[in-house]
Ligand binder design. Sequence first.
Ligand code: NCD
Length: 309
Amino acid sequence: MVGPSRFKGKSFISMRDYNRDEIDFIHGVADEMMPLEAEGTDMAKGRVMGALFFEPSTRTRLSFESAMLRLGGGVTGFADPGVSSAKKGETMEDTIKTVENYVDIIAMRHPDEWSSRKAAAVASIPILNGGSGSWEHPTQAVLDMHCIKHAKGSLDGLTVGLCGDLLYGRTVHSLMIGLSNYDVKLKLISPKKLAMREDVIKYTEGKVEWEATEDLTKVIGDLDVLYATRIQKERFPSEEEYKRFADAYIIDNKMMAKAKKGMVLMHPLPRVNEIATEVDSHPGALYFKQVHHGIWVRMAIIALALGVY
Ligand code: NCD
Protein backbone atom coordinates (compact mmCIF):
# COMPACT_ATOMS: atom_id res chain seq x y z
CA MET A 1 0.00 0.00 0.00
CA VAL A 2 1.35 3.39 -0.98
CA GLY A 3 1.18 6.01 1.76
CA PRO A 4 2.63 9.43 2.53
CA SER A 5 5.84 7.93 3.97
CA ARG A 6 6.84 6.89 0.42
CA PHE A 7 7.27 10.58 -0.46
CA LYS A 8 8.40 12.19 2.80
CA GLY A 9 11.81 13.84 2.46
CA LYS A 10 12.20 12.49 -1.09
CA SER A 11 13.22 14.38 -4.21
CA PHE A 12 10.97 14.30 -7.28
CA ILE A 13 13.35 13.88 -10.19
CA SER A 14 11.98 11.54 -12.86
CA MET A 15 8.73 9.80 -13.83
CA ARG A 16 10.87 6.66 -13.98
CA ASP A 17 10.75 6.62 -10.17
CA TYR A 18 6.94 6.31 -9.90
CA ASN A 19 4.65 3.38 -10.59
CA ARG A 20 0.92 3.42 -11.18
CA ASP A 21 -0.06 3.12 -7.50
CA GLU A 22 2.22 5.99 -6.58
CA ILE A 23 0.91 8.22 -9.38
CA ASP A 24 -2.69 7.39 -8.40
CA PHE A 25 -1.86 8.19 -4.77
CA ILE A 26 -0.50 11.64 -5.71
CA HIS A 27 -3.60 12.24 -7.83
CA GLY A 28 -5.77 11.36 -4.84
CA VAL A 29 -3.92 13.88 -2.66
CA ALA A 30 -4.26 16.46 -5.48
CA ASP A 31 -8.03 15.86 -5.45
CA GLU A 32 -8.04 16.66 -1.72
CA MET A 33 -6.13 19.86 -2.46
CA MET A 34 -8.83 21.11 -4.84
CA PRO A 35 -11.17 22.47 -2.12
CA LEU A 36 -8.22 23.52 0.05
CA GLU A 37 -7.03 25.88 -2.66
CA ALA A 38 -10.03 28.11 -1.98
CA GLU A 39 -10.56 27.32 1.73
CA GLY A 40 -6.91 27.81 2.59
CA THR A 41 -4.78 25.58 4.79
CA ASP A 42 -1.79 26.06 7.08
CA MET A 43 -0.35 22.62 6.33
CA ALA A 44 3.06 24.05 5.39
CA LYS A 45 3.03 26.91 7.90
CA GLY A 46 6.55 27.94 8.89
CA ARG A 47 8.11 26.10 5.92
CA VAL A 48 9.87 27.85 3.05
CA MET A 49 10.36 26.73 -0.55
CA GLY A 50 13.25 27.93 -2.72
CA ALA A 51 12.30 28.38 -6.38
CA LEU A 52 15.56 28.34 -8.34
CA PHE A 53 14.88 28.92 -12.01
CA PHE A 54 17.99 28.99 -14.17
CA GLU A 55 15.79 28.92 -17.30
CA PRO A 56 12.70 30.93 -18.35
CA SER A 57 9.36 29.85 -16.89
CA THR A 58 5.88 31.25 -16.36
CA ARG A 59 3.57 28.39 -15.36
CA THR A 60 5.95 26.05 -13.59
CA ARG A 61 7.53 28.67 -11.33
CA LEU A 62 4.36 30.59 -10.57
CA SER A 63 2.36 27.45 -9.89
CA PHE A 64 5.04 25.99 -7.60
CA GLU A 65 5.13 29.31 -5.74
CA SER A 66 1.39 29.69 -5.60
CA ALA A 67 1.02 26.07 -4.45
CA MET A 68 3.42 26.67 -1.55
CA LEU A 69 1.68 29.93 -0.61
CA ARG A 70 -1.71 28.22 -0.67
CA LEU A 71 -0.32 25.53 1.66
CA GLY A 72 0.45 28.35 4.08
CA GLY A 73 4.21 28.29 3.49
CA GLY A 74 6.65 30.93 2.24
CA VAL A 75 8.71 31.25 -0.92
CA THR A 76 12.07 32.70 -1.90
CA GLY A 77 14.27 32.27 -4.96
CA PHE A 78 15.18 33.68 -8.33
CA ALA A 79 13.65 33.57 -11.77
CA ASP A 80 16.79 34.61 -13.61
CA PRO A 81 20.24 33.17 -12.88
CA GLY A 82 21.67 36.52 -14.07
CA VAL A 83 20.71 38.03 -10.70
CA SER A 84 22.18 35.13 -8.67
CA SER A 85 25.80 34.17 -7.96
CA ALA A 86 25.62 31.82 -10.96
CA LYS A 87 26.53 35.01 -12.83
CA LYS A 88 29.78 35.17 -10.81
CA GLY A 89 30.64 31.61 -11.74
CA GLU A 90 29.17 29.71 -8.77
CA THR A 91 28.38 26.10 -9.64
CA MET A 92 24.79 24.90 -9.44
CA GLU A 93 25.83 22.43 -6.72
CA ASP A 94 27.30 25.22 -4.57
CA THR A 95 24.13 27.25 -5.05
CA ILE A 96 22.07 24.26 -3.85
CA LYS A 97 24.35 23.67 -0.83
CA THR A 98 23.89 27.33 0.09
CA VAL A 99 20.16 27.70 -0.48
CA GLU A 100 19.35 24.53 1.48
CA ASN A 101 20.39 26.45 4.59
CA TYR A 102 17.55 28.90 4.00
CA VAL A 103 14.70 26.67 2.87
CA ASP A 104 13.01 23.30 3.49
CA ILE A 105 12.48 22.26 -0.13
CA ILE A 106 13.74 23.39 -3.55
CA ALA A 107 11.86 23.53 -6.86
CA MET A 108 14.32 24.06 -9.68
CA ARG A 109 14.69 24.30 -13.45
CA HIS A 110 18.02 24.19 -15.25
CA PRO A 111 19.19 23.69 -18.86
CA ASP A 112 21.52 20.80 -17.90
CA GLU A 113 19.84 17.38 -18.34
CA TRP A 114 21.63 16.07 -15.25
CA SER A 115 20.90 19.14 -13.11
CA SER A 116 18.16 17.78 -10.88
CA ARG A 117 20.02 14.51 -10.34
CA LYS A 118 23.21 16.43 -9.50
CA ALA A 119 21.29 18.74 -7.17
CA ALA A 120 19.60 15.84 -5.38
CA ALA A 121 22.98 14.16 -4.94
CA VAL A 122 24.38 17.09 -2.94
CA ALA A 123 21.22 18.31 -1.20
CA SER A 124 19.94 17.22 2.20
CA ILE A 125 16.43 18.50 1.44
CA PRO A 126 13.98 17.41 -1.31
CA ILE A 127 14.62 18.70 -4.85
CA LEU A 128 11.60 18.98 -7.14
CA ASN A 129 12.53 18.87 -10.81
CA GLY A 130 10.72 21.65 -12.65
CA GLY A 131 12.46 20.84 -15.93
CA SER A 132 15.99 19.56 -16.55
CA GLY A 133 17.16 20.43 -20.06
CA SER A 134 15.26 18.36 -22.57
CA TRP A 135 15.40 15.28 -20.32
CA GLU A 136 12.31 15.37 -18.09
CA HIS A 137 9.62 17.51 -16.50
CA PRO A 138 7.94 15.02 -14.16
CA THR A 139 5.60 17.28 -12.17
CA GLN A 140 4.15 18.47 -15.49
CA ALA A 141 3.43 14.84 -16.43
CA VAL A 142 1.63 14.24 -13.12
CA LEU A 143 -0.53 17.32 -13.69
CA ASP A 144 -1.17 16.37 -17.33
CA MET A 145 -2.36 12.91 -16.26
CA HIS A 146 -4.48 14.43 -13.47
CA CYS A 147 -6.10 16.71 -16.05
CA ILE A 148 -6.80 13.78 -18.42
CA LYS A 149 -8.35 11.72 -15.60
CA HIS A 150 -10.67 14.59 -14.73
CA ALA A 151 -11.65 15.18 -18.37
CA LYS A 152 -12.03 11.54 -19.39
CA GLY A 153 -12.78 9.76 -16.10
CA SER A 154 -9.81 7.41 -16.43
CA LEU A 155 -6.52 6.99 -18.24
CA ASP A 156 -7.18 3.35 -19.06
CA GLY A 157 -8.56 2.61 -22.49
CA LEU A 158 -7.50 5.91 -24.05
CA THR A 159 -5.65 6.57 -27.28
CA VAL A 160 -3.35 9.55 -26.74
CA GLY A 161 -1.49 11.44 -29.47
CA LEU A 162 1.76 13.18 -28.54
CA CYS A 163 2.45 15.69 -31.30
CA GLY A 164 5.28 18.06 -32.21
CA ASP A 165 8.83 18.07 -30.88
CA LEU A 166 9.16 14.64 -29.30
CA LEU A 167 12.96 14.76 -29.40
CA TYR A 168 13.65 17.88 -27.34
CA GLY A 169 10.30 18.31 -25.52
CA ARG A 170 10.83 17.26 -21.91
CA THR A 171 7.11 17.24 -21.07
CA VAL A 172 6.37 14.47 -23.57
CA HIS A 173 9.29 12.38 -22.31
CA SER A 174 7.92 12.39 -18.77
CA LEU A 175 4.36 11.98 -20.03
CA MET A 176 5.13 8.91 -22.17
CA ILE A 177 6.89 7.29 -19.21
CA GLY A 178 4.00 8.15 -16.88
CA LEU A 179 1.31 6.95 -19.30
CA SER A 180 3.14 3.66 -19.82
CA ASN A 181 1.84 2.65 -16.37
CA TYR A 182 -1.72 2.65 -17.73
CA ASP A 183 -3.63 0.81 -20.43
CA VAL A 184 -3.05 3.51 -23.03
CA LYS A 185 -2.28 3.43 -26.76
CA LEU A 186 0.07 6.12 -28.02
CA LYS A 187 0.38 7.79 -31.41
CA LEU A 188 3.74 9.54 -31.64
CA ILE A 189 3.24 12.30 -34.21
CA SER A 190 6.36 14.20 -35.26
CA PRO A 191 8.72 14.92 -38.13
CA LYS A 192 11.11 11.94 -38.42
CA LYS A 193 14.03 14.09 -37.24
CA LEU A 194 12.13 15.01 -34.08
CA ALA A 195 10.98 11.48 -33.23
CA MET A 196 10.57 10.39 -29.61
CA ARG A 197 13.85 10.24 -27.72
CA GLU A 198 15.48 6.84 -27.85
CA ASP A 199 15.96 6.40 -24.08
CA VAL A 200 12.22 6.97 -23.51
CA ILE A 201 11.33 4.40 -26.19
CA LYS A 202 13.75 1.91 -24.61
CA TYR A 203 12.50 2.57 -21.08
CA THR A 204 8.85 2.02 -21.99
CA GLU A 205 9.46 -1.00 -24.22
CA GLY A 206 6.89 -3.71 -23.59
CA LYS A 207 4.91 -1.41 -21.26
CA VAL A 208 2.97 0.64 -23.81
CA GLU A 209 1.75 0.17 -27.35
CA TRP A 210 2.78 2.97 -29.72
CA GLU A 211 2.85 3.86 -33.38
CA ALA A 212 4.89 6.67 -34.93
CA THR A 213 3.64 8.82 -37.80
CA GLU A 214 4.42 12.16 -39.39
CA ASP A 215 0.82 12.70 -40.42
CA LEU A 216 -1.53 14.18 -37.81
CA THR A 217 -4.46 14.20 -40.28
CA LYS A 218 -4.18 10.44 -40.64
CA VAL A 219 -4.52 9.65 -36.93
CA ILE A 220 -6.45 12.55 -35.36
CA GLY A 221 -9.75 10.65 -35.80
CA ASP A 222 -8.44 7.83 -33.55
CA LEU A 223 -7.48 10.05 -30.64
CA ASP A 224 -9.21 10.62 -27.29
CA VAL A 225 -6.51 13.09 -26.29
CA LEU A 226 -4.23 15.15 -28.52
CA TYR A 227 -1.25 16.59 -26.63
CA ALA A 228 0.48 19.21 -28.76
CA THR A 229 3.90 20.65 -28.01
CA ARG A 230 6.05 23.57 -29.07
CA ILE A 231 9.05 23.00 -31.32
CA GLN A 232 11.81 23.64 -28.76
CA LYS A 233 13.69 26.42 -30.55
CA GLU A 234 16.29 26.87 -27.80
CA ARG A 235 17.49 23.24 -28.06
CA PHE A 236 18.21 23.29 -31.82
CA PRO A 237 21.80 23.46 -33.04
CA SER A 238 20.94 26.43 -35.30
CA GLU A 239 18.12 28.84 -36.13
CA GLU A 240 18.10 27.45 -39.69
CA GLU A 241 17.54 23.93 -38.46
CA TYR A 242 14.71 25.16 -36.20
CA LYS A 243 13.02 27.00 -39.07
CA ARG A 244 12.74 23.75 -41.04
CA PHE A 245 10.37 22.41 -38.38
CA ALA A 246 8.89 25.59 -36.87
CA ASP A 247 5.44 25.17 -38.38
CA ALA A 248 5.41 21.39 -38.70
CA TYR A 249 1.91 21.13 -37.17
CA ILE A 250 -0.73 23.82 -36.91
CA ILE A 251 -3.96 22.81 -35.24
CA ASP A 252 -6.82 25.01 -36.37
CA ASN A 253 -10.60 24.57 -36.50
CA LYS A 254 -10.30 22.72 -39.81
CA MET A 255 -8.00 20.16 -38.19
CA MET A 256 -10.25 19.94 -35.11
CA ALA A 257 -13.20 19.12 -37.39
CA LYS A 258 -11.40 15.86 -38.30
CA ALA A 259 -11.18 14.81 -34.64
CA LYS A 260 -13.32 12.20 -32.93
CA LYS A 261 -16.25 13.69 -30.98
CA GLY A 262 -15.15 14.45 -27.44
CA MET A 263 -11.43 14.56 -28.20
CA VAL A 264 -9.62 16.90 -25.84
CA LEU A 265 -6.72 19.06 -26.95
CA MET A 266 -3.93 19.68 -24.45
CA HIS A 267 -0.64 21.61 -24.54
CA PRO A 268 1.86 22.29 -21.73
CA LEU A 269 2.16 25.87 -23.02
CA PRO A 270 3.66 28.21 -24.08
CA ARG A 271 2.24 27.75 -27.57
CA VAL A 272 3.84 29.51 -30.49
CA ASN A 273 2.03 28.55 -33.70
CA GLU A 274 0.92 25.00 -32.92
CA ILE A 275 -2.64 25.90 -31.95
CA ALA A 276 -4.53 28.70 -33.69
CA THR A 277 -6.30 31.02 -31.22
CA GLU A 278 -9.58 30.29 -33.03
CA VAL A 279 -9.46 26.83 -31.37
CA ASP A 280 -9.53 28.36 -27.86
CA SER A 281 -13.32 28.45 -27.81
CA HIS A 282 -13.65 24.82 -28.97
CA PRO A 283 -15.27 22.71 -26.20
CA GLY A 284 -12.34 20.26 -26.38
CA ALA A 285 -9.67 22.94 -25.90
CA LEU A 286 -8.36 22.07 -22.46
CA TYR A 287 -4.96 23.77 -22.32
CA PHE A 288 -5.90 26.68 -20.06
CA LYS A 289 -7.85 24.40 -17.70
CA GLN A 290 -4.85 22.07 -17.74
CA VAL A 291 -2.78 24.89 -16.22
CA HIS A 292 -4.98 24.89 -13.09
CA HIS A 293 -4.15 21.25 -12.36
CA GLY A 294 -0.59 22.45 -11.76
CA ILE A 295 -1.68 24.09 -8.52
CA TRP A 296 -3.44 21.04 -7.05
CA VAL A 297 -0.76 18.57 -8.14
CA ARG A 298 2.10 20.76 -6.93
CA MET A 299 0.33 21.39 -3.61
CA ALA A 300 0.18 17.59 -3.26
CA ILE A 301 3.80 17.01 -4.28
CA ILE A 302 5.16 19.75 -1.99
CA ALA A 303 3.03 18.66 1.02
CA LEU A 304 4.06 15.02 0.55
CA ALA A 305 7.77 15.80 0.15
CA LEU A 306 7.71 18.07 3.21
CA GLY A 307 5.94 15.34 5.17
CA VAL A 308 3.14 17.71 6.20
CA TYR A 309 0.28 15.90 4.45
C1 NCD B 1 7.14 23.44 -20.97
C2 NCD B 1 8.57 23.36 -20.54
O1 NCD B 1 9.12 24.32 -19.97
O2 NCD B 1 9.12 22.31 -20.76
N1 NCD B 1 6.36 24.38 -20.31
C3 NCD B 1 5.87 24.12 -19.06
O3 NCD B 1 6.59 23.87 -18.14
N2 NCD B 1 4.54 24.13 -18.90
C4 NCD B 1 6.92 23.38 -22.42
C5 NCD B 1 7.73 24.23 -23.35
O4 NCD B 1 8.53 25.06 -22.95
O5 NCD B 1 7.52 24.07 -24.54
